[in-house]
Design a protein around this ligand. Structure first.
Ligand code: ATP
Ligand code: MG
Length: 565
């Protein structure tokens, strides 16, 4: 039933063909989840059938390159066959049972996608982790999640072994590598022997599918649990209305495999739409490799973090031509209008911003066809009733700053986290009145556009004014001396706290007199934004502290400021 109702003929998987986007989305997100749902059998295998019937263009499901000549292209049919083998090896050779948790720490290699799909098939709860985790991080993740199995390669394996005696739930270690290691099962050997006739587990819609650790921007990463239906269907708005994907598109999202963003943009949203997921193994960020890749391959849709765009716009674009590129997206942090403008100058394309969390699907976005207001994160996506509320849970009128919140009463949206795993207190702390609160502050304007102010903890209160760091950072980056900046509160004897900017200078300004430059930047900010926001303190730094996923850790800078005082 689920699949018939959800899968319609014209590639609009989860929404009827005869409706406009807005109406179809409204119906989908207001409807209840069916009793059973599994993304592998209800979506991916349906695309595989469509492919066999000649009803999908000849566009791979996964297209992976390593930049040194290696390439993998899988159709949905191949993805089905290969992931069935991996599901069989997890259930049979590894002895894992439905509901067991699997920590997956792999770089961007094709097998990462196979394990994603195989876990769905076998009813295993997937916990992705970045390859950059240290032994301490891995210990924390294994203990907190009580994972029964770890899948990784030779790089983190010694770290895993070093903490093994403290991880009592871990029973299976699987190595995805050419090399072998004592105490570890070899994926390659098991894969060869695995049967290809695995029968997908009939999972209930509300059954857990995945646990993500959040980015850890504001503290230690939290475990966010999602049901089978949550991301599996919830990302329809993400793929259809924000990314504007169809089965002919080739989508490249650059985020690391360890974060929810890769599930959003490198698994669910594109595959719901039947698009091709493009991936470059790229172990380290290289601006030139990215631009070369965008010009060499028929990538139509590109998604990256603002921090990446900030580096890309500094490059010389004269030797690149992006023949296929038509839609660019950014999410994860606020996008500076100045960077959007530079990107447009270089490529002729706008950047469509999306706002969401590990806990959610797309909350707000500049959706297809929508007028972009630079600096705004667009309108509510349609997956939720999004409101700005006050401390008492009351809806605030347009133009008023408050907490960005999602209505959960009387009906909790299916595309929201189930809970923070094993943390009922934290789960309860995100509820206020009829709403789930995001922990972010924002404003909705008269036209329904949302404007991000800051994370609730990052707001600066100076002399009675409330100042969001992003506006000051966006003002600073308009000055040619500034490559990047982070704005935080700093203690001040008379004002309580004042605005302080940590600034990374562009090469040509590094030799300038710091005092003069400070004054120049202060005058600049006073000119381009309300003068009370200007940074009374400026410090020039070589780099900013960031999470592994590239987000600025303002709380670290703020803590140092206050400790110093
Ligand atoms: P942690 O919860 O561990 O501190 P995190 O909140 O950074 O980390 P994620 O779930 O990856 O973890 O990020 C979601 C957050 O990222 C949002 O709550 C918001 O603060 C920020 N964010 C995402 N997209 C945008 C955007 N377009 N504009 C502004 N902020 C954004
Ligand atoms: Mg968060």
């Amino acid at each position: 039933l689920a699949s018939c109702r959800l899968f319609s003929k014209d590639y609009r998987v989860f929404a009827p063909q005869n409706l406009s986007d807005a109406e179809a989305i409204k119906q989908l997100y207001r409807s209840e989840a069916p009793e059973y749902f599994n993304f592998a059998s209800d979506v991916l295998d349906k695309w595989s059938e469509m492919e066999k019937d000649g009803k999908r263009p000849l566009n791979p499901a996964l297209w992976w390159i390593d930049g040194r000549g290696e390439e993998v292209k899988w159709s949905f049919e191949e993805l089905e066959m290969l992931s069935k083998k991996v599901a069989a090896l997890l259930s049979e050779a590894c002895g894992l049972q439905r509901g067991d948790r699997v920590l997956l720490i792999l770089p961007r290699i094709p097998e990462w996608w196979l394990f994603n799909v195989a876990c769905m098939r076998a009813g295993l709860v997937l916990i992705p982790g970045t390859i950059q985790l240290t032994a301490k991080d891995i210990l924390h993740r294994l203990q907190a999640s009580k994972a029964r199995c770890i899948v990784t390669n030779e790089v983190p394996a010694p770290a895993v072994d070093s903490v093994l005696s403290e991880c009592h739930s871990l029973k299976v270690k699987l190595m995805v590598s050419e090399s072998k290691r004592e105490g570890w099962l070899s994926y390659k050997d098991l894969f060869r022997a695995a049967p290809a006739d695995h029968r997908c587990v009939k999972t209930k819609s509300e059954e857990p599918m995945t646990i993500f650790f959040t980015s850890g921007t504001t503290g230690s990463p939290k475990m966010v649990e999602h049901s089978q239906y949550s991301y599996g269907v919830g990302h329809t708005v993400t793929g259809r209305c924000w990314m504007d994907l169809t089965p002919s598109d080739v989508m490249w999202n650059t985020s690391d495999t360890g974060w929810a963003k890769s599930a959003w943009s490198s698994v669910f949203a594109p595959w719901i739409q039947g698009s091709c997921i493009f991936a470059h193994s790229m172990p380290r960020f290289e601006a030139t490799t990215m631009l070369e890749t965008l010009s060499k391959f028929p990538i139509t849709t590109f998604c990256s973090a603002p921090t990446v765009y900030r580096m890309l716009v500094l490059q010389d674009f004269s030797s690149y031509k992006f023949k296929s590129l038509k839609h660019c997206l950014s999410a994860g942090e606020p996008m500076n209008p100045e960077v959007m403008e530079q990107w447009k100058t270089h490529t002729g394309l706008d950047i469509y911003e999306g706002y969401g969390q590990t806990e959610t699907v797309l909350v707000c976005g500049t959706l297809k066809g929508m007028k972009i207001k630079p600096g705004s994160m667009g309108k509510a996506s349609g997956a939720y009733d999004v409101q700005i509320i006050d401390d008492g849970g009351n809806i605030l009128p347009p133009g008023t700053e408050g907490e960005i919140a999602i209505r959960v009463k009387p009906t909790r949206p299916f595309s929201l986290l189930t809970h923070y795993t094993d943390d009922p207190e934290k789960t309860a702390s995100t509820l206020r009145g009829n709403f789930y609160i995001t922990g972010d502050k924002g404003i909705q304007d008269e036209d329904g556009y949302f404007w991000f102010v800051s994370r609730s903890d990052d707001v600066i209160s100076s002399s009675g004014y409330r100042i969001g760091p992003f506006e000051v950072e966006s003002a600073l980056i308009e000055h040619p001396a500034v490559t990047e900046s982070a704005v935080v509160s700093s203690p001040d004897p008379t004002r309580g706290e004042v605005v302080k900017a940590f600034v990374v200078l562009s090469e040509s300004y590094k030799s300038h007199d710091p005092e003069e430059l400070t004054q120049e930047l202060q005058e600049h900010v006073k000119k381009v934004t309300a003068p009370y926001k200007y940074p009374r303190k400026v410090e020039f730094v070589e780099q900013l502290p960031k999470t592994i996923s590239g987000k600025i850790r303002r709380n670290e800078l703020r803590k140092k400021e206050w400790e110093k005082a």
